[in-house]
Design a binder for this molecule. Sequence first.
Ligand SMILES: [Fe+2]
Length: 140
Amino acid sequence: MTNYLIEQGYRYGDFEAHNGLWRMTLDTDYDVLARMALVPRVLEARGLDATPKIQKRFMHSEFNAMVGILDIIFFDEINHVKIGNTWFHYLCKQRNIEPLSAFDKLVKKHIGNKLRGSFNIEARKLANFSKQELEYLERI
Ligand SMILES: [Fe+2]
């Protein structure tokens, strides 16, 4: 990815989108539970939703090399989200908190009503989102 960006005349960080993860990391530095709820389970998971659509746009463009690059990132991202889900649920259990309502509160606090689909349900299942969590997302 880095090499491809350089070939196109850019560097990582040149695009505003690259900053969102870092901004949310800072916003959630008060609690690891908030960070696990929002960085992997919302922002990185958003990558799972968006990647297939982005790949379609790149497929017949001069940037079609991006399709294969995004495949690699997509499968990496499934694991990042899965790890976030594992830690989020671990922390909820440790604190005796109901995960879905904790997630809902944190989404409302940090994202408000900007969390919208469509959601890549198959990829999110691979990343261990539960049926209950997927139903929550589909109600949004
Ligand atoms: Fe990631």
